[in-house]
Design a protein around this ligand. Sequence first.
Ligand SMILES: O=C([O-])[C@@H](O)[C@@H](O)[C@H](O)[C@@H](O)C(=O)[O-]
Ligand SMILES: [Mg+2]
Length: 424
Amino acid sequence: MSDGAAPRITDVTITPVAFHDPALLNSVGVHEPFALRSIVQVHTDAGPTGLGETYADELHLERLTAVGHEIVGLDAFATEELHQRVQRVIDRVGGAGGSGLTGMITTSSTVDRVASPFEVALLDIQGKAIGRPVCDLLGGAVRSAVPFSAYLFYKWAGHPGREPDSWGEALDPDAIVAQARRMVDDYGFTAIKLKGGVRPPEEEIEAIRALRRAFPDHPLRLDPNAVWTTRTSVKVGRALDGVLEYLEDPTPGIEGMAAVAREVPMPLATNMCVVAFDELAPAVAADAVQVVLSDHHYWGGLRRSKLLSGICDTFGMGVSMHSNSHLGISLAAMVHLAAATPNLSYACDTHWPWKTEDVIVDGALTFTDGAVPVPGAPGLGVELDPDALARLHEQYVRCGQRNRDDTGYMRRFDPSFQPDLARW
Ligand SMILES: O=C([O-])[C@@H](O)[C@@H](O)[C@H](O)[C@@H](O)C(=O)[O-]
Ligand SMILES: [Mg+2]
């Protein structure tokens, strides 16, 4: 590349990886022994390679591979054309299924989901090419560190037949408080979220009350992933008046959420009934949600997530950030996005404390007082560790898991398990 010329994509490498994941319980089952991710490397003629991270379910991987071929030769600054090329691929290969988002009701656009890791990688390249961090390409950081919340889970002591993990069992309020204590001590988190939808609602109310007693000043959130009826949601919402910062996805669908929102005192948040741009208008019209959890992995990347935040701002809705099990490339992208999004005023979700392995070189991302300082190095500011990538890929090859299946895994131990929505 000569001075001033755009870096062009010469090649794309997509590597599925697997990393150990504890037996975390949710409304649709239990996490399997490994979480799966795809690591996307976009190579250019100019030198810099861009990094992206996304789901690794088989169908998603096939679509990523097809896009990898389609974007060779593309100017690394052409993120709009990237989106068009992804659209072309999806028109050709089909877009149904393969969300990689087991456990969510989702009509999320496949194009946005598939384009996301490539957009992040292109922004990484652009940042490296001009010597600026990715947040500068998004309007610049309005905060120097991004706060995250302690993300608590009911959990088994370990995966059946394997050694218990260091967190141990958490199935009652005392154990949930102990889990929160360790997370707050280790990371300094200043907000707490409990993944609910696992125990009967009365028990989850008790767990939240126990957290309130133990952490009087931490904003608290509860997310049962839509397993309550509207009636139960209203009961829980009223019982937790003055205790919850927001109640996340108590019940399924825009209509159901709107009915609950009219009756409970706290804001309702969602990463289930509004997960694509075409769901925003009906949600606004029904006043169904007051906070939308953004997630660049399915909202089409960092710039389209900023577009989402702008729309939320226009219609008076708050913005928070959703997470699934992820590695360091995703965390870096989340931090740059949150740093450059003024109205992202809630502490973001992250599954970070639950993992023990990564593909990036240690040290670029740290937690201080529950927040991650925004990396100042060019691009995302994280570097791939080739040995770690090879190790986690080898783990993927051996582990045999190919699609996220929390329900199937749960049914190995409890064949009668039913993941129904609105079951309580
Ligand atoms: O990791 C999990 O089990 C979570 O339940 C995740 O899959 C959800 O997508 C998410 O965290 C949520 O906020 O709904
Ligand atoms: Mg949620």
